[in-house]
Design a protein around this ligand. Structure first.
Ligand code: ZN
Length: 261
């Protein structure tokens, strides 16, 4: 059984938060943050990256002794600021690279970047914890079970895996390093709010992230609403939009969606 790699638990210390805020408070938006590596977390690189949503200052973070690289996409001056719009986003290769329609991760990623750019201030944290933390192979094993009718929660349980194995200690430390005082968290997931608060992050507000489902993602979003308490609109009785005739339809439509047609 694959054991998901866990990032080390780390409760942010007030002292280091103050030091970080001091270090970052005097910089201008165009200057990279210079942070002295700690024995736990380090920033390996910082550079501006132009995207279709505008230019973000990209920071690459890594636990010392761990190869996994996590990203902060920063827009505007966030150090010492309150209620900064923050998306804590976990990697989803299937959706973000291959445009899988089974979930809404890619849409949420781009909605968040677009919204942060519009606000001219905010941060998107991109954490390398694929498949709600169970890894790519386990996620695809769960998809195989979903093809036979299990929902996303039951499929994980049938594999002996947690419903959600994501951890946010890295996110808490990244926010601390960026000197952010409090955040408006861009999420529908109350558990994420609770876990970040437990790690010492001041979540002052929540910004809903509502994406229109497609016929493949709707069962997944419904399972997240009903079984994982995600704050999503109640499913309409109206049929969801179908892909247009020139869309690429996955082979074995019934097995992909797991629904009975
Ligand atoms: Zn996804």
């Amino acid at each position: 059984m694959h054991v998901p790699k866990r990032i080390r638990p780390q409760v942010p210390s007030t002292d280091r938060s103050e030091q970080t805020a001091e270090r970052t408070a005097t910089r201008t938006a165009s200057e990279p943050i210079v942070v002295t590596p700690t024995d736990e977390l380090q920033i390996d690189a910082v550079a501006p990256v132009p995207t279709e949503h505008g230019t973000f200052l990209m920071h690459v973070f890594r636990w010392v002794g761990d190869d996994e690289e996590h990203v902060a996409m920063v827009r505007g001056d966030v150090a010492g600021k309150e209620r900064v719009a923050v998306r804590v986003h976990s990697e989803c290769l299937t959706s973000e690279v291959f445009h899988s329609l089974k979930c809404d991760c890619r849409e949420q990623l781009h909605l968040a970047l677009e919204d942060i750019a519009r606000r001219e201030q905010g941060v998107l944290l991109y954490l390398r914890q694929e498949g709600r933390g169970i890894g790519l192979a386990n996620k695809i094993r769960a998809y195989a079970l979903q093809a036979h009718g299990a929902d996303t929660v039951d499929a994980n349980r049938m594999l002996g895996l947690p419903d959600d194995a994501r951890r946010y200690d890295m996110a808490a430390l990244m926010l601390e390093h960026l000197g952010i005082r409090s955040i408006a968290l861009m999420t529908n997931n109350p558990q994420k709010v609770e876990e970040l608060r437990a790690l010492g992050v001041d979540v002052a507000d929540r910004i809903p992230m509502i994406v229109t489902p497609n016929r493949y993602s709707e069962p997944y979003l419904e399972a997240k609403r009903v079984r994982m308490r995600h704050q999503l609109p109640v499913r309409s009785s109206a049929p969801p939009p179908r892909p247009s005739s020139n869309s690429v339809i996955p082979i074995g439509r019934r097995s992909v969606t797991g629904d009975a047609e």
